[in-house]
Design a protein around this ligand. Structure first.
Ligand code: DGL
Length: 268
């Protein structure tokens, strides 16, 4: 049921989900947003599946303190490992990141060879392999865990001319280039912050942001369910489980004025 004062709840382990939120702001500027970044438990991608599920359940339990009309798992790791658990436990329209990005990759690859950059947990879950093959059964998928990227982004290091960023990304991208992929999926919501850097290192490849694809599919889903907000003006609220100031500073560099709301630390 539509309620003009209800929120879209978005969560991630940290700042990565803001790449989805930023696309949501652009595509649906009137929507009210509650964002939760579980920064006390970051990174998720190196944790066990059991631990990731527990964190994801806590994140959504927190978001349920608000009037949430839809939930966005703005975290590939949680979407790959905890999606079923969340669907069983919470009765809300749930949107993720893996399916929209997979659908797009399956469609745009020309040689059928797709590289996935993601966290260790996402790679181990093989969620992208399954989902891409659903849309393109002949596709060959090459997944690479890139554990150094989340700490870089969380520390504000994602500019394309940063020598450390270039060095780390080059090493990862070399691995995927060896497999002759023509398409790369940034399969962690932190990685779209590095999109410019990636594009400048591999201009010949198609680069898909799981965040942008997710926001588009969220819009289509809300439209189909009659859940899009119609009145103008939006409320944006941000919560984190650790240092709010660190998050705010990093978030401001990334989204600037669009942040449009305070960041508060909470215990979940
Ligand atoms: N941004 C998340 C993802 O999309 C999680 C990264 C992490 O905490 O390891 O996978």
């Amino acid at each position: 049921m539509k309620n003009e004062s209800s929120y879209i709840g978005i969560f991630d382990s940290g700042i990565g989900g803001l790449t989805v939120a930023r696309s949501v702001f652009r595509l649906m500027p009137n929507e009210n947003i509650i964002y939760f970044g579980d920064t006390a438990h970051l990174p998720y991608g190196t944790k066990s599946d059991k631990q990731i599920r527990e964190y994801a359940v806590n994140d959504v339990t927190f978001l349920q303190n608000f009037d949430i009309k839809a939930l966005v798992i703005a975290c590939n790791t949680a979407d790959s490992v905890a999606r079923e658990t969340l669907e069983e436990k919470f009765h809300l329209p749930i949107f993720g990141v893996i399916e929209p990005a997979s659908q797009r990759a399956a469609k745009i690859t020309r040689n059928g060879r797709i590289g996935i950059m993601a966290t260790k947990a996402t790679v181990n879950s093989r969620a992208y392999d399954r989902m891409i093959r659903k849309y393109n059964p002949d596709a060959q998928i090459f997944s690479l865990a890139c554990p150094l990227l989340v700490p870089l982004v969380e520390n504000g290091r994602y500019q394309k001319d940063d020598p450390v960023v270039k060095l780390v990304l080059s090493e990862y991208l070399e691995e995927l280039k060896k497999e002759d992929v023509d398409t790369i999926v940034l399969g962690c919501t932190h990685y779209p912050l590095l999109e410019e850097a990636v594009r400048s290192l591999v201009p010949e490849l198609s680069v898909i942001s799981s965040s942008e694809a997710a926001a588009r599919s969220l819009k289509a889903g809300l439209e189909a369910e009659g859940l899009l907000k119609e009145t103008s003006g939006s409320i944006r609220r941000y919560y984190v489980s650790d240092d709010a100031e660190h998050f705010r500073e990093n978030a401001l560099i990334f989204v600037g004025d669009q942040l449009g709301g305070e960041v508060e630390q909470v215990t979940v």
